[in-house]
Design a binder for this molecule. Structure first.
Ligand code: ADP
Ligand code: MG
Ligand code: MG
Length: 878
């Protein structure tokens, strides 16, 4: 017969799926000899059986519960309905802690008779009556579903009538009267008397826990967190111990280390003469746990020892509930404690130094989603509590920013130069806005998804960004934005949280965090465990420097176009676009050449001998043209052209679908002089750096958007010719020429393409866009809908679509490596910085992932954790 009920002495922490988190840990603590009040757990399987049997507890389970009650009675020498009388708590306990599940019921087993017996045996009628009134209240609200305010208002009435200031002052007479009134409410609301049989109370409570698995709050929580509905919850039934039995009793909660700093001190609170929830309920102000030492030294010492034991046993920092009943110490719960990112790292290192964990364990234990916290400013927690959330957009780039709002790049730049804190608010951004973005603390856009221009550029800059916030109604000419019923004008304050997507009214203070020696240490451990190398997407010497600080092993994607937006350069590239002849175009390119060369030199200097993979010009040319009339006129003046000439070219270049237009290698083949100039700048820069310093840079040249082998073979010849002309003696060694794989066709014909490529770099942003047919810039709106309706599980621009895009990647690697066995393979889309996607790439034959500098630490840790789980998986197969 299947076992549905386990005594605490039968279970252990491995049985989490069956006993739930709380139950498994209560059993484990019992096993290792800690003072846990005895009890038993009804399994998650019993919960599912209950639903299977039309919401009823079947005979088998009922018998097992009855048997467990008898065993408990004889173990503790107390009886339901007897003397001394047994009281229990009934506690829900899912596999993962789940808010929205049923509340705990304490003091179950009391009735009109046993309350008298208990009053006599403890010589405190007041204590017994207080337990009874708490029980009726909890049972009434949780099991009988009578709204809590009925009980609360009766309690208030009573205190008012007798002029009592707190619950503590309730005397025997008051309590007796209160209980009578509580029971009247029960009768009125349910039509029946308050249940007097402890057994029936117990069954009803157990069923209420089971039922709460399917209440709305719990269901929504499961949906949000991808917890399957079939898991079910366990129920724990445990002998009560009383923290409210007078001044030598008490209750508290404690973290074994400081959860903000990680410092090794007990951190928590307690209350004397109080029961369970009083500490968190805020009825009285609890005392810091250190003060327990003066009040009850023996209990305090037991707490310290238990904390130590539990930490070592679980190899993790613990969050513990304890109760003292007239001097006897009990532990009621333990679980891994929540902590800040900085604390998590300190704790992991301290555990390794104390020999509790090894390096693998420490790396595996870190919470990936927290690493970002370390790199960006965050809102001051207390101040945030008081702030109003105005709207929510996409959490496009983490961090927190507060500032005065400006609606265009120029005003943002100007305001910043005047010393204001600026927040750039735009419909969407474009490359023209770069300077404005640099001048802002954060960027808020009304349109665009997780890989929109604003999102990608902001992440690259490590700047906070909320994109696709559709609640914004921006009126650029009036210089206002309406959000709901608030209208804000230029210069008003807003605050945005790029980690949650929330937009707040007013100014909220931010605090910055710092990378310290602990961080560096744990990251270096991570690197030794990883199989994938992590490179950076970096376009400037400054980004290159940042990426080195964050531990990148090279640059996996250097986009050359961003260099063209700086200052005057934009005019030179515009001149090139406007050129009517090849000679004119070459003349304009000649002006750009020195800029490019200097930028490359700066990047090579920062990266020294590490690889720097440079992508030749990719975006459609019209991106470089001005959009507004004043700017077009300005451009006409600078280039001595007429306004209409500019307008004409702009019209000619306008494409219905620029993402699929004249860009990438198509541009290179149409205007070969562009790629020729860029290659020359790269190779010359590398040679000059080599001559000036004693190291040899490692440039790599990458051709974008190839879908056809001829595109690559022709451009390869062009680039190779430049290299051999400039570096005939191969002072730079064999400069690699590779290609991006970002057009689905390239995946299909990867063996042909591999023939001409020294490496493949998967541009998974474009590949996702083209494979799914979702525009990166417009997908925000429907992707949100799709997620709500469960058409999509996640945004494919954030998390790689394993089944679709992922399969294309796998296929292209297989085909490519069949042709060229040692072919180097990497990923340089935004997915390279997403932990789930990194875990997927780790399963493929890929050498590196590349991501924006601020995502490098997350990617490094993700790569290590992916390798560790792979290792665990492999060894479990053997
Ligand atoms: P939660 O998951 O909300 O913490 P718990 O089941 O842990 O719910 O219990 C709520 C409170 O009741 C806690 O303070 C806990 O310590 C206390 N409690 C639970 N069971 C007992 C018991 N058998 N004796 C005394 N206090 C208990
Ligand atoms: Mg608890
Ligand atoms: Mg691309």
């Amino acid at each position: 017969m299947k076992q549905y009920v386990y005594n605490f002495s039968e279970g252990n922490k491995q049985m989490r799926n069956l006993l739930g988190g709380k139950g498994a840990n209560l059993a484990e603590m019992t096993q290792i000899g800690l003072p846990v009040p005895p009890g038993f757990t009804i399994t998650t399987e019993a919960c599912n059986q209950y639903f299977g049997d039309n919401n009823s507890i079947n005979e088998t389970i009922r018998e097992q519960i009855d048997k467990a009650v008898v065993q408990l009675e004889s173990l503790v020498n107390k009886q339901f309905d007897g003397s001394p009388c047994l009281l229990v708590s009934v506690r829900s306990g899912a596999v993962f802690s789940m808010p929205g599940m049923m509340d705990t019921i304490l003091n179950l087993g009391l009735n009109d008779e046993s309350v008298e017996i208990m009053g006599e045996s403890t010589q405190s009628m007041c204590f017994a009556l207080d337990c009874y009134r708490r029980f009726i209240q909890m049972y009434g609200s949780v099991v009988l579903e009578i709204p809590m305010y009925h009980f609360e208002s009766l309690l208030e009435d009573c205190k008012e009538k007798y002029q009592l200031k707190s619950d503590q002052e309730l005397q025997e007479g008051h309590l007796t009267e209160l209980i009578k009134n509580y029971k009247k409410i029960v009768l009125k609301e349910t039509g029946s008397e308050f249940e007097q049989s402890p057994k029936n109370q117990l069954y009803a409570a157990i069923e209420a826990v089971f039922r709460s698995w399917n209440n709305e709050r719990a269901k929504i929580y499961r949906q949000l967190n991808n917890i399957p509905d079939e898991v079910g919850t366990a129920v724990n039934v445990q002998m009560m111990v009383f923290g409210n039995m007078g001044d030598s009793s008490g209750t508290g909660v404690v973290f074994t280390r400081n959860p903000s700093s990680g410092e090794k001190v007990l951190f928590g609170e307690f209350l004397m003469n109080a029961q369970g929830e009083d500490v968190v309920a805020g009825i009285r102000t609890p005392k810091p746990v250190g003060e327990l030492e003066q009040i009850d030294k023996a209990a305090y010492d037991q707490l310290v020892n238990s904390a130590e034991l539990l930490e070592t046993h679980y190899s993790d920092m613990q969050d513990i509930e304890f109760t003292i009943e007239t001097g006897s110490f009990y532990i009621l719960q333990t679980r891994n404690g929540k902590r800040s990112a900085a604390a998590a790292i300190k704790i992991a290192i301290d555990f390794v130094e104390a020999g509790i964990l090894d390096q693998e364990g420490a790396v595996a234990q870190l919470d990936l989603s927290q690493i970002d916290q370390l790199l960006h400013p965050v809102f001051d927690h207390d101040k945030l509590q008081a702030a109003d959330v105005l709207a929510t957009g996409l959490p496009a780039s983490p961090g927190a920013a507060t500032g005065q709002i400006f609606f265009d790049a120029r005003s943002a730049e100007k305001a910043n130069s005047e010393g204001l804190e600026v927040l750039l608010v735009r419909m969407e951004t474009s490359p023209e806005d770069i300077q404005g973005m640099i001048s802002s603390r954060g960027i808020l856009t009304a349109r665009g998804g997780m890989t929109s221009h604003a999102a990608v550029v902001a992440r690259g800059m490590g700047k906070c960004c909320v994109s696709g916030c559709s609640a914004l109604e921006i009126n650029e000419s009036a210089r206002t934005v309406r959000i709901g019923d608030q209208v804000l004008k230029e210069g008003d304050y807003l605050s945005i949280d790029g980690s949650t997507g929330k937009v707040y009214l007013d100014k909220i203070e931010t605090i910055s965090t710092n990378l310290n020696a602990d961080f560096t240490k744990i990251m270096s451990w991570a690197d030794t465990l990883s199989r994938l190398t992590v490179l950076a997407n970096a376009d400037t010497p400054h980004d290159a420097q940042k990426s080195i600080e964050f531990g990148a092993r090279g640059i996996g994607l250097c986009r050359t176009e961003h260099m063209f937006f700086d200052g005057n350069r934009i005019m030179d590239i515009r001149e090139m676009i406007m050129a009517k002849t090849d000679t004119g175009r070459k003349a304009a390119l000649a002006k750009l050449y020195p800029y490019q060369k200097e930028d490359f030199k700066g990047i090579f200097k920062a990266m020294r001998t590490l690889p720097v993979n440079i992508r030749l010009l990719d975006p459609p040319l019209h991106e470089f043209l001005p959009k507004s009339k004043t700017e077009m006129q300005e451009m006409a003046d600078v280039l001595s052209l007429t306004y209409s000439e500019i307008e004409k070219v702009a019209e000619e270049l306008t494409e219905v679908n620029p993402m699929m237009g004249l860009r990438g290698c198509r541009l290179g083949l149409t205007y070969p002089e562009i790629y020729e100039m860029q290659s020359r700048a790269i190779i010359t820069a590398a040679l000059e750096v080599q001559a000036e310093y004693e190291f040899t840079p490692t440039p790599e040249i990458m051709i974008p958007l190839v879908g056809n082998e001829v595109e690559l073979s022709e451009l390869r010849v062009l680039v190779a010719d430049v290299i051999s002309a400039l570096d005939p003696e191969k002072k730079l060694g064999n400069v690699k020429i590779g290609t991006m794989i970002e057009v689905p066709r390239a995946c299909m014909v990867a063996e042909k393409i591999a023939h001409h490529a020294d490496y493949f770099s998967f541009g998974t942003n474009d590949l996702t866009q083209m494979a799914l047919g979702y525009s990166r810039d417009d997908a925000g709106t429907f992707i949100r809908k799709y997620k709500e309706r469960k058409v999509l599980e996640a945004d494919p621009f954030q998390k790689i679509d394993r089944e679709g895009v992922g399969e294309l990647v796998r296929m292209a690697i297989d085909k490519g490596k069949k042709q060229v066995p040692g072919l180097k393979v990497g990923v340089c889309g935004e997915h390279g910085g997403d932990a789930d996607s990194v875990a997927f790439f780790n399963t493929l034959d890929i050498d590196y992932v590349s991501c924006s500098p601020f995502r490098i630490p997350t990617a490094r840790l993700a790569a290590a954790q992916a390798a560790l789980s792979q290792k665990a998986l492999d060894s479990s197969k053997i």
